[in-house]
Design a protein around this ligand. Structure first.
Ligand code: GAL
Length: 418
């Protein structure tokens, strides 16, 4: 055991110094990701094809599990045994964590050649770069404060997208009375955290969200406004069906697609499932913002980092990164994935109404400085406090705890994890 740990450390240190053995086959790029749902897999095929066109083979290393927790665990194990994949999907604060230990390849020369600086919005670059150097490439911009609704149920019950949280509560009661499940939810901590993104934004707006979840300000975390966010979580808990625990997010989306449930609160990867099922925006389903967050943009951007190995001129790494950053790949990929491109120069035509709305809202959020990172998906705070907040949110959602007590727990958990 001790021997194994020591070996792991030696390998990791060597790797950190950038002197690892070359990849087994320099024409193959092993890519680790967690895109295993129908919509996700279809979107990923765009990148696979793109890499092939550049003369490289894509070796797929999928680790199932929405939100990527399982993939992050596997990555840690592979890195500490000196055997990281060539490229890996990464979110938010995970990128600087690996960059700080000198694991990630520096992509500056390619970035300069392809002009990424001008095309990628600053709040995204903040995670793509470490100490001013490009170490990851963003393929998409997801938004978490969406509600996906079954249009037929809404039409039959004469409902319109709710403009306030109270209206959502009233609509949910009418939906329940008509025999449908108001809210399709998967009881996994990351899915509860995803809903919490919206509840906090709805309760307090972008300034409050930033104070509480980005700056980790104790007064904001312990405030009455935060209690209101938990009150919303309690009301949402009352809208789910009894079988929600453990359900995968895409199975919850399927409940809305099939008309068993009326709504799902989820990032726009859910749209990828509607698209994959042949459903059309505003014909079969509705997309609208969680009430009280209209115009707000809570972002989650999927990036890929490449690990330092082999040839210092980085031919495979550049082929891979160039595939991800390719303008037409980003158009195709995001139309399938449900997100919008991470590059600002991709034209809006070809995107449906939900995508075009996201593009327009992104641009105004960028202008107003109101684009904020998703807590649930690792773009608000580092992993330590994030996991602590996850625990508080999930415990609250799955118990009868009061909002006042949850807020106390929140302050304490963040304080211990900081
Ligand atoms: C997120 C990821 C999204 C989406 C989702 C569900 O972490 O950023 O792209 O795929 O998980 O798997």
């Amino acid at each position: 055991m001790l021997r194994k740990t020591l070996l792991g450390l030696v390998a990791a240190t060597t790797l950190g110094a950038g002197t690892v053995a070359a990849a087994a086959d320099s024409k193959t790029v092993e890519v680790m990701h967690w895109w295993t749902s129908g919509g996700e897999a279809k979107a990923l095929a765009v990148l696979k094809d793109g890499l092939k066109q550049r003369g490289y083979t894509w070796k797929d290393a999928p680790i199932a599990g929405g939100g990527g927790e399982a993939a992050r665990t596997v990555l840690k194990a592979r890195v500490s045994s000196g055997n990281p994949p060539d490229a890996i999907q990464m979110l938010g604060f995970t990128i600087p964590e690996y960059a700080e230990q000198d694991y990630l390849a520096n992509l500056d020369s390619l970035a300069g050649k392809e002009g990424w600086d001008k095309q990628v919005p600053a709040p995204i670059q903040r995670f793509s770069k470490y100490q001013g150097h490009w170490v990851a490439v963003p393929v998409d911009i997801h938004r978490t404060n969406w509600i996906w609704a079954n249009k037929k149920i809404f039409d039959d019950l004469h409902l319109a997208p709710p403009q306030s949280f109270d209206q959502l509560v009233a609509d949910a009661a009418a939906i329940r009375k008509a025999g449908y499940i108001p809210l399709a939810h998967g009881g996994q901590p990351w899915q509860e955290a995803t809903i919490f993104d919206s509840a906090v934004m709805s309760a307090g707006g972008p300034k409050f969200y930033t104070q509480a979840l980005v700056n980790l300000d104790a007064a904001a975390l312990g405030s009455k406004t935060m209690e209101k966010a938990f009150d919303q979580m309690r009301a949402l808990r009352g809208m789910v069906d009894p079988n929600f625990p453990g359900r995968d997010w895409n199975l919850a989306t399927a409940m809305v697609i099939d008309g068993r449930a009326a709504m799902q609160i989820m990032g726009d990867w859910a749209k990828g499932e509607f698209v994959n099922a042949g459903k059309k925006a505003n014909v079969d389903y509705l997309c609208f913002q969680y009430p009280g967050t209209q115009g707000d943009f809570i972002f989650n951007t999927d990036q890929f980092a490449t690990f330092k190995k082999g040839d210092p001129s980085l031919p495979a790494e550049h082929a891979f990164a160039s595939t991800v950053m390719d303008k037409s790949n980003q158009a195709k990929f995001n139309q399938i994935k449900g997100s919008i491109p991470a590059r600002l120069d991709v034209p809006a035509d070809g995107f449906d109404e939900c995508g075009q709305k996201s593009m327009a809202d992104l641009r105004s959020a960028l202008k107003n400085g109101t684009m904020v990172g998703s807590f649930a998906h690792g773009h608000a705070m580092p992993d330590g406090p994030k996991n602590a907040v996850y625990d508080v949110v999930t415990h609250f959602f799955n118990s009868n705890e009061s909002s006042a007590d949850a807020v106390k727990q929140l302050v304490e958990a963040v304080n211990n994890a900081k």
